[in-house]
Ligand binder design. Sequence first.
Ligand code: FES
Length: 221
Amino acid sequence: MTRYRKQDPELTRRKFINAAMGGAAAVGTLSLVSALGSAKPVFRLTPALAPPMAGDVLVHADPSRYGEPVKVSDLGLQLVRAWPQGKDKNGDPVIRDQDPTSVLAIFKYPAGQVQEPTDLNATIDGQIVAYGDRCMHAGCNVGNNDQQPGLMNCPCHSGQYDPKLGGKVIGGPPPAPLPQLPIKMDGDKIVATGFFLSRPYGYTKEEDWKAYTEQVKEVLG
Ligand code: FES
């Protein structure tokens, strides 16, 4: 968390971090580490700690609009940060903001710009894409590339990603692309249709991520 606070210049509005990724996030991280360190993870998964999953509504993470559903009209070549919002066992809304790996970056591109290896079926109209926003190198939050709108730059070690090409690494040390989140429109809301399509930060193997999602489904499904 210290790294995040010091090194992400975009998120100078500390309220976001303090409110959304405070002490409880440390608990989430510990739970995740526990999960990753065991062939049969045992941890207490709560709706707020769960990763983005099918049915979640994407809501603004910025404190000025925290919790408001993201609308298409909010989107463009500058990333919009969002959290997934699911439901608890009573059906009440829960913003899944207690695991930093769940934070998302959403873009909208002009028609024709989003191309493979983006999973086009996981986009909205081939123009709106969502990714996990934690860098695959060391977990910093990735921000906008100020010189090239529509690209992403990691403030920690200058990792660069192209969200219109599947979150592909186009510079720096990240070892893998950002994980794409499959999305669709539901009325005027943007809704996840599944888990991240590839491993997010914190997982070194795709099979570990798949195993984790199976456990999430068992616990919360
Ligand atoms: S954490 Fe992003 S490049 Fe190192």
